[in-house]
Design a protein around this ligand. Structure first.
Ligand code: CA
Length: 364
């Protein structure tokens, strides 16, 4: 037998082993899995709810039905704000929601939805994927037995709905406004009273006068909520949520028990939703805004520079206090600030400069 024969036989041998493992693969086919998924959104709520439902269906479809996700909208299994505990305890395996809803457990969670003067969608993706954001998020969530992944984004949110014009920061004093996350803390610094309510309860509170104002998301979602029936002044841009990232949180032990292939599939499905949801918001906000102004009598207003300066000063105070919470929150804050500086200075001469010139020339 010459050398070439040995190599040939060796290759055949290797090929034989490979063929055998391909043939035996179905024999070790993984078992069908039932997964309970809860969420902080009402069933079929445009964008947020439909995006979470789309993610759940995508995982089932990608696994050819092997991973069956039983999806429960807000209130169908647990209340919206109980979703985290339901998954941390192992009663359910996945939640879809916004991390800042868990700010009461640890203020560090706010950074993984959006914070005042925070990151836009593209900037947030840069921080989470390449700026150390995911690692810090894993550390924070890990302390509660949760593994989080990006799974949607609303983009820049509107400043909110008001019954009266807001001409100076003084007009925010005494205002009872629905605003979750650190944005609510900024409002409190300016003398307002922030309230955190799940989406399903905002309209009834606004129409009854229990709250004076509310922020929610943007034209597409806010039109669906009919806030224009209770408040006519619609302010932009929101300083509090410049790119609200949505997320899935999974029971950490469950996640770690999955095969690498299943982890990758769930990761891919979540990453796809992160992109698809943002595309849908961008595609639908413009038309909804036109209808709100032209057909529903909404008065569009921009926050003045003076008001924005007040927001900025209050946000710095809120950040200084938040950072004091713990060494981990300080690390998260510092990492966020570092990324904001890097991606923000690039955005200034790229996206911001270009869009500003294009819209000026075209009169958009
Ligand atoms: Ca919001």
């Amino acid at each position: 037998m010459d050398r070439r024969d040995v190599i040939k036989k060796g290759l055949i041998g290797v090929g034989g082993v490979a063929a055998a493992s391909v043939i035996s693969a179905p024999a070790i086919a993984r078992e069908r899995m039932e997964v309970n998924m809860v969420s902080t959104w009402g069933r079929d709520f445009p964008g947020l709810g439909t995006g979470a439902q789309r993610f759940a269906k995508r995982v089932t479809d990608m696994s050819d039905g092997r991973i069956q996700i039983n999806y429960y909208a807000s209130g169908e299994r647990v209340k919206a704000f109980d979703s985290f505990d339901e998954v941390a305890s192992g009663n359910a395996q996945i939640y879809h929601g916004a991390e800042y809803y868990w700010k009461g457990k640890n203020p560090g969670f706010a950074y993984f939805t959006s914070v005042p003067f925070g990151l836009t969608y593209t900037e947030m993706n840069a921080w989470i994927r390449f700026g150390g954001g995911q690692e810090l998020w894993d550390k924070l969530s890990g302390e509660y037995g949760i593994k989080g992944l990006m799974c949607g984004n609303t983009g820049v949110q509107m400043g909110g709905w008001f019954r009266k014009e807001i001409n100076s920061a003084d007009d925010l004093k005494g205002l009872k406004m629905r605003m979750p996350g650190l944005g609510g803390d900024v409002l409190a610094k300016l003398g307002g009273s922030p309230v955190s309510l799940p989406g399903t309860q905002i309209y009834e509170n606004l129409i009854s006068g229990s709250i004076d104002a509310t922020e929610w998301v943007g034209p597409w979602n806010d039109q669906f909520m009919k806030f224009y029936e209770a408040a006519k002044y619609y302010y932009y841009p929101g300083m509090h949520e410049p790119g609200a990232m949505l997320s899935i949180g999974m029971n950490k032990s469950w996640w770690e028990g999955l095969t690498k292939a299943d982890q990758l599939m769930i990761n891919a499905a979540a990453s796809m939703e992160n992109d698809v949801m943002m595309s849908e918001y961008n595609a639908k906000n413009g038309a909804a805004l036109r209808q709100l102004v032209d057909e529903q009598g909404v008065k569009l207003r921009a926050f003045s520079d003076d008001i924005y300066d007040s927001f900025g000063e209050a946000a710095e105070e809120v950040f200084a206090e938040t950072r004091e919470h713990s060494p981990l929150v300080a690390k998260i804050h510092d990492s966020f600030v570092h990324s904001r500086k890097e991606v923000g200075s690039w955005a200034r001469i790229s996206d911001q400069a270009y869009v500003s010139q294009r819209n000026r020339v075209l009169g958009l």
